[in-house]
Design a protein around this ligand. Structure first.
Ligand SMILES: Nc1ncnc2c1ncn2[C@@H]1O[C@H](COP(=O)(O)OP(=O)(O)O)[C@@H](O)[C@H]1O
Ligand SMILES: [Mg+2]
Length: 315
């Protein structure tokens, strides 16, 4: 664990003891909150600093219920109860099996050649989520940083995404343009290409399939997918595949190679067109570049700018 992560708080342990859980144990600390194991297959998630509201959590609870209605070869989250303590939201959730494929710090670091168990796990997860139909609760979700539900006023995912890009670039586009000369033209071409896409199927999209959000068992098989919400919505399974290929290894020494390898694997194995995947990758960068910091000083911003500069230079 990095030392900038939020430490577990004895006060929270005492709080859960007071709620009748005899031996709460810290399970994981994220950048914005912490997870405690309460026993009897239940964990508590403390949402400090995540900027969620009770309404947003009850919507994601509904989305989780919609996903769980469809049989999947891996577990997905279930929120059992939600409460507020001293202004901080807490959810009680089923404990999911397995352990993160890698932690957020990238441990162990991704191998130069991604092992077969890892690419197989990704294909299983992508195929599974693509089989879950998009629901009306999913369409009501707002992606991180945006000011309205993604689908509001739209009937097609690519059109909703194109409108999101315009809003997102409007937020801090000046800073992005400084790092990506030619941004305006790329935005124009990207939104036009999105509008020109044929109407895709509408499935559940996780939107943040990074190694820490996929739990595997000891044999490396995916047994749970968790932490929906960052870019969760209903939409084109090709978007999920594209984003996963881009974000699976963002900062490792072989990140670009892994993105190229996964993009080509997902095109071949899942039947997506490679140009559509790269189009969606550029769209993701334009939709999320400023979500962790508004300028070049932030790592995610620089990662998005580099992806867009590669899109502009055609490789
Ligand atoms: N329901 C759960 N069961 C088991 N482990 C969990 C559960 N929820 C979270 N965790 C663990 O805690 C880590 C952080 O939780 P997560 O929901 O991914 O939050 P964030 O990444 O936003 O901090 C996860 O990678 C996972 O290993
Ligand atoms: Mg996570």
């Amino acid at each position: 664990m990095n030392d900038h992560l939020q430490p577990h708080d004895e006060d929270w342990v005492a709080y859960f003891v007071g709620r009748g859980h005899s031996d709460p144990q810290p399970l994981a600390a994220g950048v914005e909150g912490a997870v405690y194991r309460l026993g009897n297959g239940v964990v508590a998630k403390v949402w400090s600093g995540r900027g969620r509201t009770l309404d947003a959590l009850s919507l994601i609870r509904q989305v989780y219920a919609d996903i769980r209605r469809h049989p999947l070869p891996f577990a997905t989250p279930q929120i059992l109860a939600t409460e507020e303590h001293n202004g901080t939201l807490v959810t009680y959730e089923r404990e999911l099996p397995g352990a993160p494929l890698r932690d957020d710090a990238g441990n162990p670091p991704p191998a130069r050649r991604l092992p077969a168990y890892e690419t197989d796990a990704l294909l299983t997860v992508l195929r599974g989520l693509a089989s879950v139909p998009g629901s009306s609760a999913m369409r009501r979700l707002t992606v991180r940083g945006d000011d309205r539900p993604l689908w509001e006023g739209h009937t097609r995912f690519p059109d909703a995404l194109a409108a999101l890009l315009l809003r997102a670039v409007h937020r801090n586009g000046g800073a992005l343009e400084a790092s990506v000369p030619g941004l305006a033209g790329l935005l124009e071409r990207t939104t036009q290409a999105l509008h020109a896409l044929p109407t895709p199927p509408v499935a559940a999209l996780h939107g943040d399939l990074v190694p820490s959000n996929i739990h595997v068992d000891e044999a490396g098989r995916p047994v749970a997918v968790l932490d929906f919400g960052f870019f969760t919505t209903a939409g084109d399974p090709a978007f999920e595949a594209a984003v996963t290929a881009a974000i699976w290894d963002m900062y490792g020494p072989d990140a670009e190679r892994h993105t190229a390898e996964l993009t080509s694997l997902f095109a071949t194995s899942l039947g997506h067109e490679e140009e559509v995947l790269t189009l969606y990758q550029a769209a993701y960068a334009m939709a999320t570049y400023d979500l962790f910091g508004p300028d070049e000083s932030d790592g995610h911003f620089r990662w998005c700018a580099a992806l867009l500069n590669r899109a502009l230079s055609g490789h």
